[in-house]
Design a protein around this ligand. Sequence first.
Ligand code: ZN
Length: 474
Amino acid sequence: MTTLITGGTVVTAEGTVAADVLVAGEKIAAVLARDLTGEPGGPPADAPAAEAADRVIDATGKYVLPGGIDVHTHMEMPFGGTFAVDTFETGTRAAAWGGTTTIIDFAVQAKGTSLLATLDKWHAKADGNCAIDYGFHMIVSDVNDTTLKEMDACVAAGVNSFKMFMAYPGVFYATDGEILLAMQQAARLGATICMHAENGIAIDELVAQALAAGRTDPVNHGLTRPPELEGEATSRAIALAKITGCPLYIVHLSASQALEAVAEARDTGQNVFAETCPQYLYLSLDDLARPDFEGAKYVCSPPLRPKEHQDSLWRGLRTNDLSVVSTDHCPFCFKDQKQLGRGDFAKIPNGIPGVEHRMDLLHQGVVAGRLTLPRWVEVTSTTPARMFGLYPRKGVIAAGSDADIVIYDPQAKQTLSVATHHMNVDYSAYEGWELTGKVTSTLSRGRVVVDDGQYAGAAGHGTFLPRGLNQYLL
Ligand SMILES: [Zn+2]
């Protein structure tokens, strides 16, 4: 099966080029740059003839992008006695609608269980259910001799990034000593530690004080997790990474204090990286303060920040102190699940749905002149691929790469809404937002998954991706 994508503008992290793209089977066979008359160059001798393609997709006036890579999702994640409502099936389908063709989700070690048994469990959840390809990070919530040894086997199984928490005492929280031990082991393996950097011990005291004083509304979730405690934890994680020689990746960075710490570490040449998420670029503490418990829809951790943090995050994306935009997609329904925290904000399940809208929301950064077109592709696809050992199989439009391709109409208008989104959750954090740009078609390993606005994918098409090491390490 060969497919020819004609007439579009191929956008990669390097720039844009008018080119046709020839797909053979699951791979890109050739990128055929068009000359000034619009004629494509001939394919290399070993590629199939373009004019004989089984299928032609007209991408005139559209962008042809490498499929988006969302390295931070939580499908079916257990949290506070409930589960994130997107399954691997519904979540990956929604991702495809929004131009994301790879997710890296988190396997969650429960205390007292083994990492390898956890990995098996997550394979069982995802296997046969995904519309697009997927990999796993491993959440290490129980550091002991056995789990430290098991990190070797995880790396051998293609899971070489381990997430730890400086927040959530009693659940995922790791002490500085435990973090140190895991970082030493990760450094030996060349693996990356992904860190949720908030000072959970101090936060829990502030939460207890707020509840005791009768401050129970959702906005207190934000007020009891001040940005200084993200900055402090980020600095502490960087120090521990420095003395252990461990590559460190700060997840869902939200505060300018944390960004300053990351920028300083990067300036000294340390292997420190960070991602942010659309909710921190666009939403704020004002949303958490919405009346009638509506603020619960916006409870995530770290919390949404006062608006003034947003400019520094956009600047960080531009200067590469923030290298990746992921979603931290973790959907809980407003009707049944978020209500668990009525009268006690600390019981609101933490998470915002977003896997479907990351590419579109970041495209607004291009429209507004905050990001260049290649940088949009870089932070949503190419860098994620390199950071988590998937490049050049993923993250680029080039001969030999997987044919994960998005055809994107930069002029199309769309309005985000729960009425039209495909995520399995009963609200949109961006209800009524009018955006410019929309996915027309999405290909995953050569298969058309979204076909000119129609879903054409299938559960089980997506395969597990064993990953190599972080490709930014010296
Ligand atoms: Zn997360």
